[in-house]
Write a protein that binds this ligand. Sequence first.
Ligand SMILES: [Zn+2]
Length: 375
Amino acid sequence: MRSWSIPVGRLFGVDVRVHFTFFVLPLFIFWTEYAAHQGSANGPRDLALVGIILACVAAHEAAHMLAARRFGLIPKAVILLPLTGVALYDESRIEKAPSAVEPWKRDIRLALVGPLISLALGFLSATAVTLSGHGAELWKWPFVQSAKLSCSLVWANFYIAIFNLMPAYPLDGGRVVRALFTRRLDLSSATRRAVSISNAIAMVLMLAGLFSDSWLTMVGVIVFSAAQLEERALVFQSVLDNVRLEEVMLTDFATLSPADTLEDALEKAVHSLQDDFPVVRGSDMVGVISKQRILDALRAEGNGYVQAVMNKIFEVSLRQDSLGSAFRKLTARNSSIIPVVEDQRLIGIVTLQNLMHSMALLAESRKLRRDEAES
Ligand SMILES: [Zn+2]
């Protein structure tokens, strides 16, 4: 899900990642500058310009995150694109406290705070540039260029503010549009409608760029990439919430007995695709153990019994529990297997391995079904 981006650090306790389009930007700047000055592009200054744009986007996103925090929303990661960012939320960490503000009003406020901060930073830096006596340079075209970095700082903030106000989801303007849709539609239909508007805008921009300024094409690509990121996160979330464990659990699996010796257990494990095993006495679940744990115990202490090294503290789920709840249990306990029980009886297992695999499959089949329904 996080493909096309790399981690660069943490900001206010949130993972910050940079999207691949950001690495296209230096090349793009270099190329347009090169074309503009007939071969006098300046590498270090071009990189500084990229740094300035990245900092302006980071400031814009930080404004969103700090505002979101006040509503109890904490993103788990934010992906920076050249003119915008996409925050990914971890639903399990959202406190569902009844808020005094209606969700759609909250979303509109959260969306608008970013462009407001960018505008404020733009005016602030414009004042600084004017006070330093370079006010006239502010109005020399092109506004953003590596030859005048302080003016670029001013205009980068203004461009970011204006760009993000476009009604193209997931840009802030598009978020306002989606918030208005959610007054009548559920969240996923509202998002889908906002994404289709966004894709249309991206298409127009990309085409327009071919016949005029190539920056428009770049902007179209950014809008399109951002919408793609959000849509994928949404499909993932709806799979987590709507799929029951009985749909994905493994019902054909190997178990171990607490009385098995570790060598016997390893022998069984070798002949199974499973990495994790439920330990069962009669029809009772008494523990879980992984192939790795068996190996480690054998290496450290030699042969012994499964009983002695199995993990006796484990969480169980019911067949109607959601995939999301199983996922949270797995990650919270840092375990890799969840037994699914019914009337104290083991009826299936969910492992991290099979969860990842089935989620990818389910997301794909849902997308296919939806595309069919729409066409
Ligand atoms: Zn924004």
